[in-house]
Design a protein around this ligand. Structure first.
Ligand code: SF4
Ligand code: F3S
Length: 104
């Protein structure tokens, strides 16, 4: 599966949702997640993210983000159409320590 990671937080550009063939992105207050049971590993979303926040779970160190994607994709609403990025997206793109800003 592919996983949405820390740099999505407070950016939420949403370009990713437009290209997913199985519509498996789910939206929280300040980030999106992928449902790992629905993702077919096609990889087309990875280069679409302007924040470079989408990674294959074969990359090391992503366990925490994989669990978070699995957990929140069960309850957050599905998002299939691009919407405006968060107003602070540019400022927060690449900012350090965004994990602590996560809000469900
Ligand atoms: Fe959707 Fe493909 Fe990205 Fe999985 S890898 S979330 S199926 S676009
Ligand atoms: Fe987040 Fe990138 Fe999608 S910032 S909403 S994973 S395009």
């Amino acid at each position: 599966t592919y996983v949405v990671t820390e740099n999505c937080i407070k950016c939420k550009y949403t370009d990713c949702v437009e290209v997913c063939p199985v519509d498996c992105f789910y939206e929280g207050e300040n980030m999106l997640v992928i449902n790992p049971d629905e993702c077919i590993d096609c990889g087309v979303c990875e280069p679409e993210c302007p924040a470079d926040a989408i990674k294959p779970d074969t990359e090391p160190g992503l366990e925490k983000w994989l669990s978070l994607n699995a957990e929140y994709s069960k309850t957050w609403p599905n998002l299939t159409q691009k919407k405006d990025a968060m107003p602070e997206a540019k400022e927060f793109d690449g900012a350090a320590d965004k994990a602590k800003l996560f809000s469900a």
